[in-house]
Design a protein around this ligand. Structure first.
Ligand code: AMP
Length: 396
C-alpha cells in the first residue's frame, strides 16, 4: 500500500511516499519558502534527485508541483494519484481530544481548528495541508497523527499545573507535551531491540531544534518535559526551557518590554542563541567551545546540566531506569553532549563507553560500558515512518 506522509509547516511541505508495510521510501522531498521569495522544490527518488526554484504562492500550488513530479513520465513513481491509498498528516496539537491517530472527517477537521489557539504557529499550517491533500487525493483516506497524542497516557499528577482547578476544568490548561511521534518511535525501537522485559523503564532524550525528554513505563509516556506549549523543560536552540514565571512580570512591569517582545525573547532569542550571543547549531557551538570560547562551553554545560536534572527526576518517578535513548539531530550526532550527560552518573549505574560513543553511525546502537547497569542507546528517529506506520495500522 502506498502512503504519502505530509508535514506541512507555515512556509514548507515535507513529504515522503512509502510502500507499506515494508517501510520502503519510494520518494521524498520538500517544498520550501512557500509564498516567499525564491520558493524551491526538492524531489528525490531512485530515478533522480531534482531541485528547482519555481513560483509557489500557496500550499495548494506546492502540493500540486509535488504531484507533478510523482506522476512525471521520466522521474515519476506512480501512474495515477489513485495509487496513493492514504495520506498521513503530522498535526502538532491534538489537545485532550485526540489520544490516538484518527481518520480525518469533517468533525476531526473542526476539532483541529478549535485547537488553533493552542498551537498558533503549527495547527493552521497542518490544517491547510489536510484541506489541500483532500482536494488532490480525493480517493485516499486522510489520517491525522498528533505530536501530543502519545503523552495522553500521563497521569493527572504529571499533567496538571498547580493553578486554580478551573483553568484545567474549563480552559484545558495542562501539560500536553510534544515530539510524541518521535518519543514513541524510538521507545518502541529500544523495546524491540532489547526485549520489553529489559526496557520497562525508558527515558528518551530528543535533542533537535526543539528538545524534550520523556519518562516511559511499559511503553507508555508517564511524564514529559514540554508542557502546555513548546517552551518548557530543556534548553533548546532559541527557547529558554524552564524559567521562573516572575521573570516575565519583571520584564513587563519593571523593564518596559511588551508581551510580544517577551514571547519573542523566550521562544527565539533564548536557549543556546541567547547564551552564545547568536549560535543555535551545536556543530558551531561545539567548534567554538573547542577553540576556547567560554560562553559556548558554558552554554553546552548548562544544556547538559538541565538534561541531567530531568534524568534524575525521571529516574525517581520511574523508580529506576533500564534504558536511556538519545535521538534527533543533536542526540544522534553530538558525541560531546551524550558524554556530558552520562558522565559522573556511576551512582545510578550509568556508565558510558567513550570509544563506542565516539563512533559515528546511522544505526541503532548501544554505547554503554560493559559493566553499566543502564543501557545507553542512540536511535535515529524517523517521524515520517512512524506516521506511515500508524496510518497503515489504522486503515488496514
Ligand atoms: P533536528 O531538529 O532533529 O533536525 O536537529 C537539528 C540540530 O541537530 C541542528 O540544529 C544541530 O544543532 C544538530 N546537529 C546536526 N548534526 C550535528 C552534528 N554532527 N553534531 C552536533 N550537532 C548536530
Amino acid at each position: 500500500m502506498k502512503i504519502l506522509v505530509i508535514n506541512s509547516g507555515s512556509s514548507s511541505i515535507k513529504y515522503q511516499l512509502f510502500n507499506m508495510p515494508s517501510e520502503e521510501v519510494i520518494c521524498s522531498g520538500i517544498v520550501e519558502r512557500i509564498g516567499l521569495e525564491n520558493p524551491k522544490i526538492k524531489y528525490k527518488s531512485s530515478k533522480d534527485s531534482i531541485e528547482k526554484v519555481c513560483r509557489i504562492t500557496d500550499h495548494k500550488t506546492g502540493l500540486e508541483k509535488v504531484v507533478k513530479f510523482l506522476l512525471d513520465e521520466e522521474v515519476g513513481v506512480i501512474k495515477s494519484t489513485s495509487e496513493i491509498q492514504a495520506v498521513g498528516h503530522r498535526v502538532v496539537h491534538g489537545g485532550s481530544t485526540f489520544s490516538k491517530t484518527v481518520v480525518i472527517d469533517e468533525e476531526v477537521k473542526e476539532k483541529i481548528k478549535e485547537l488553533f489557539s493552542l498551537a498558533p504557529l503549527h495547527n493552521p499550517a497542518n490544517y491547510e495541508g489536510i484541506v489541500v491533500a483532500e482536494g488532490i487525493f480525493p480517493e485516499a483516506k486522510q489520517v491525522a497523527v498528533f505530536d501530543t497524542a502519545y503523552h495522553q497516557t500521563m497521569p493527572v499528577e504529571a499533567y496538571k499545573y498547580a493553578i486554580p482547578n478551573k483553568f484545567l476544568d474549563e480552559d484545558n490548561i495542562r501539560r500536553y507535551g510534544f515530539h510524541g511521534t518521535s518519543h514513541k518511535y524510538v521507545a518502541e525501537k529500544a523495546m524491540s531491540y532489547l526485549g520489553a522485559e529489559n526496557s520497562s523503564k525508558i527515558v528518551t532524550i530528543h535533542l533537535g531544534g526543539g528538545c524534550s525528554m520523556t519518562a516511559i513505563k511499559d511503553g507508555k509516556s508517564v511524564d514529559t518535559s514540554l508542557g502546555f506549549g513548546p517552551v518548557a523543560g530543556l534548553i533548546m536552540g532559541g527557547r529558554a526551557g524552564d524559567i521562573d514565571s516572575s521573570i516575565i512580570f519583571h520584564l513587563v512591569n519593571n523593564l518596559g518590554y511588551d508581551l510580544n517582545e517577551v514571547n519573542n525573547i523566550l521562544q527565539k532569542e533564548s536557549g543556546m542563541v541567547g547564551l552564545t550571543d547568536g549560535l543555535s547549531d551545536y556543530r558551531d557551538i561545539e567548534a567554538e567551545a573547542e577553540n576556547g570560547d567560554e560562553k559556548c562551553q558554558l552554554a553546552l554545560d548548562m544544556a547538559a546540566y538541565r538534561i541531567k536534572k530531568y534524568l534524575g527526576a525521571y529516574m525517581a518517578i520511574l523508580n529506576g531506569i533500564d534504558v536511556i535513548v538519545f535521538t534527533a539531530g543533536i542526540g544522534e550526532n553530538s558525541v560531546p553532549m551524550r558524554k556530558m550527560v552520562c558522565e559522573n552518573m556511576d551512582y545510578f549505574g550509568i556508565d558510558i563507553d567513550v570509544e563506542k560513543n565516539a563512533v559515528r553511525s546511522k544505526e541503532v546502537r548501544e554505547i554503554q560500558a560493559v559493566n553499566s547497569k543502564v543501557k545507553i542507546m542512540v536511535i535515529p528517529t524517523d517521524e515520517e515512518v512512524e506516521i506511515a506506520k500508524q496510518s497503515f495500522e489504522l486503515i488496514n
